[in-house]
Design a protein around this ligand. Structure first.
Ligand code: PEP
Ligand code: MN
Length: 295
């Protein structure tokens, strides 16, 4: 690794690659995040109703998603937006896991809620607005659940990795990094998708990296292209918002795909995933062994 990267990320040494740890695999139910399989996490921005959640879970599973996302505790940009169903939403998510078999990822916003959310979720999500909430990071780490850490919207990569280091310092090796766009001078999109961050994180860190083109762009028209770019940049998985009737979604309607759009996006990823599979870590390792055997 470049010396300048070592210097830049010197405070987060445990998240950096080393000979003994080239890639962390995070086990979740029967899945491995960070392994050969590209993992799609999809679902509504907010859990709204039993019907909305079940229909979405069943649809995204059939289309190839492996994890259901859905907010029960919602950090909102506006104080007047829907704050989430809370415990009732967590219970709906648990029922959706039973019915669909999908693992559940959902946001936890306060350290007081960590035990409750950890009772229902398979992965705890820390949102962009809480990336530097150290009390929350510590409590989430200690829950024993894997943690999906979203990059702060004004966080540098060094800031992001420092928060990941705090999760690891508190005894949790199962950290997943999520690039979800950052604020820049550009206002045409909700955020600026930092695709170079994905490529850089894959160079320097052993932690799995997930891309969130929904929050990065804020527009459903852009989500498929950004998803393909994320695969090409080396992401280990994808995070996306899907709803049976996006225009009626209680939050983030504009960036949410309907079922048909999600199917089309998943189909459009296939050639990119085939190229990725050809370069999967296990394939690269086998090639290296074959080369060594030949001398
Ligand atoms: C989300 O993924 O539901 C969310 C609120 O994202 P972010 O924290 O990235 O805004
Ligand atoms: Mn959202």
């Amino acid at each position: 690794m470049r010396q300048s990267w070592h210097d830049c990320f010197a405070e987060s040494t445990d998240v950096l690659k080393r000979a003994a740890c080239e890639q962390t695999i995070v086990p979740v139910l029967d899945l491995e995040i960070g392994g050969d399989e590209f993992i799609t996490m999809a679902g509504p921005c907010s859990v709204e109703t039993e019907f909305q959640l079940m229909a979405t879970a069943n649809h995204v599973r059939r289309a190839g998603a492996r994890i259901l996302r859905g907010g029960a505790f919602q950090p909102r940009s506006s104080p007047y937006s829907f704050p989430g169903l809370g415990l009732e939403g967590l219970k709906m998510l648990a029922r959706a896991r039973e019915e669909s078999g999908l693992a559940i990822v959902t946001e936890v916003m306060s350290e007081c809620d960590v035990p409750m959310v950890a009772d229902y979720a398979d992965i705890l999500q820390i949102g962009t607005r809480n990336m530097e909430n150290y009390a929350l990071l510590e409590a989430a780490a200690r829950s024993g659940r894997p943690v999906l850490l979203k990059r702060g919207m004004v966080a540098t990569i060094a800031d992001f990795l420092r928060s990941a280091q705090i999760l690891m310092d508190n005894g949790n090796p199962h950290v997943i990094l999520c690039e979800r766009g950052i604020r820049t001078f550009e206002t045409a999109m909700r955020n600026t998708f930092d695709v170079a961050a994905i490529a850089l994180l894959k160079q320097i860190s052993h932690l799995p990296v997930i891309a969130d083109p929904s929050h990065a762009s804020g527009s459903r028209e852009l989500v498929p292209a950004l998803s393909r770019i994320a695969v090409a940049a080396g992401a280990d998985g994808l995070w996306g918002e899907v709803h049976p009737n996006p225009d009626k979604a209680w939050s983030d309607a504009e960036q949410t795909l309907d079922f048909e759009e999600f199917d089309e996006m998943m189909a459009s990823l296939e050639p990119y995933l085939a190229l990725r599979a050809a370069r999967a870590p296990s394939v690269v390792l086998e090639e290296a062994r074959a080369m060594e055997a030949v001398g």
